[in-house]
Design a protein around this ligand. Structure first.
Ligand code: ASP
Length: 436
């Protein structure tokens, strides 16, 4: 019998977690033993450890990988070009995503016959978003150690690129440092492999916990909103991004989709583009064949500023709330929403719970009631999982397109279905270590 690949294994455990969680929600909601020992005990602990393990990889992996990337590039002009191209493409995909969301939801009209009485009683206070000037100032870390300690991705990228460029500037004497970073990067990639091997159980715990707390029943009153967001997410991931990959990247989009499956599952179960960076980096480099010099920069940059799925949620939420409150936004209003959402995605980089802060900014601008956000909060946890999977797909698609335009993708690897497949790891034995 053919052995199950790691991705299939992760998928199977993910679905099992979903089923177990939903069953607990339906039948064991009042069982103190199940709630205390399973949901609040085993699932909570195993899930939290798994997320921490992923997050633990992000800062060292991005740092070593970026040093390798810049030193491997050897050309600072190319770095600027890759930066500009990826920035413009991130803006383009976000604008397309939200336009599709607004267009389709205007057609379908979710929320037109929504009964307010069905709504949740939750209230919503919008968290403060920092002003754009502060975001720009904050790109430069006043203390790199603090930036690393806090995992501030844009500051880490800024400092690491500067550091790596200076390694190049000191010439021969910098070589050992670049080589050291290369080895450290290799070690970190191996740590990613090890973590991927335990991922099935971590993913199971996360799914079981989420679904035992969030029964699927809560979607029912919100089905029109939920359904439209899900539909647009699907269309963007399997339509818009694939067309861009075909037209701008001149690659086979089906291969891309297939190879992104593991990354999407990680994003789905962790709901965090940031925690998924190690897996996105691994997939783009080892599975799709993108050169480290491009992936090491575009992937973490995208995880921070590019959020297509989040923009889609905002587009649909705007139309939905406008319909519920009977407010006519008009073409001008919708264009403002598109512009705001694109700007907000840059402005709120690195802020946790970013989706809802951005939505509050958008609502403020077009005069929709911020309290409306309370209505959609109930289903936001589930939608967050789905949109994060789309966010990372967008990051990887842009990385592939930029790599193709820079000729820094190995098409043999891209087209090889087995390239970079996750293997089971084996701990080294005594003789091996003795041999060195
Ligand atoms: N959870 C999303 C991400 O990490 C962001 C959001 O929509 O809140 O990509």
């Amino acid at each position: 019998m053919k052995k199950m690949t790691m991705t299939t294994k992760i998928l199977v455990w993910m679905v099992s977690g979903l089923v177990v969680g939903s069953l607990i929600n339906a039948f064991a909601n009042d069982s103190e033993v199940v709630q205390t020992y399973l949901v609040g005990g085993l699932f909570h602990v195993a899930g939290a450890i798994f997320i921490s393990m992923l997050k633990m990889l992000v800062v060292p992996l991005v740092t070593f990988s970026l040093i390798c990337g810049v030193c491997g590039l050897g050309d600072v002009n190319k770095l600027g070009r890759v930066g500009l191209k990826s920035f413009l493409l991130f803006m383009l995909t976000t604008a397309l995503a939200i336009s599709l969301a607004i267009g389709l939801s205007s057609l379908i009209g979710p929320g037109k016959d929504f009964e307010m009485a069905e709504s949740t009683t939750q209230s919503f206070t919008a968290p403060e978003a920092p002003p754009l000037t502060q975001v720009i100032i904050d790109l430069v870390p006043s203390n790199p150690i603090a930036a690393y300690a806090e995992g501030n991705m844009l500051q880490i990228i800024f400092f690491t690129i500067l550091f790596a460029v200076c390694i190049l500037m000191i010439g021969e004497r910098g070589k050992p440092i670049a080589e050291g970073a290369e080895r450290l990067n290799e070690v970190m990639m191996q740590v990613v492999n090890v973590v991927m091997n335990i991922a099935p159980y971590g993913v199971f715990a996360l799914m079981a916990k989420t679904f035992s707390l969030q029964g699927l029943g809560l979607i029912v009153p919100m089905i029109s909103y939920f359904g439209v967001v899900a539909l647009v997410l699907l269309l963007h991931a399997t339509g818009t991004l694939m067309v861009l990959l075909k037209l701008l990247g001149r690659v086979n989009p089906l291969i891309f989709l297939k190879k992104m499956r593991a990354t999407q599952v990680f994003a789905f179960s962790t709901s965090s583009s940031n925690a998924t960076i190690p897996v996105t980096l691994r997939s783009t480099e080892k599975r799709l064949g993108v050169d480290n010099s491009t992936a090491s920069f575009v992937v973490p940059f995208g995880a921070t500023i590019n959020m297509d799925g989040t923009a889609i949620m905002q587009g649909v939420a705007t139309v939905f709330i406008a319909n519920v409150y009977g407010i006519e936004l008009g073409l001008g209003g919708y264009l403002t929403v598109i512009g705001m959402a694109v700007l907000a995605s840059i402005g709120t980089a690195g802020v946790p719970g970013v989706g809802l802060i951005m939505l509050a900014m958008v609502f403020n601008q077009v005069g929709l009631p911020i309290e409306g956000i309370a209505l959609i909060m109930g289903v936001d946890r589930l939608l967050d999982m789905m949109r994060t999977a789309v966010n990372v797909t967008g990051d990887a698609a842009v990385t592939t397109i930029v790599a193709r335009s820079e000729n820094s993708i190995d098409m043999t690897t891209y087209n090889d279905p087995d390239a970079g497949i996750v293997e089971e790891v084996h701990l080294p034995h005594g003789e091996q270590t003795a041999k060195g």
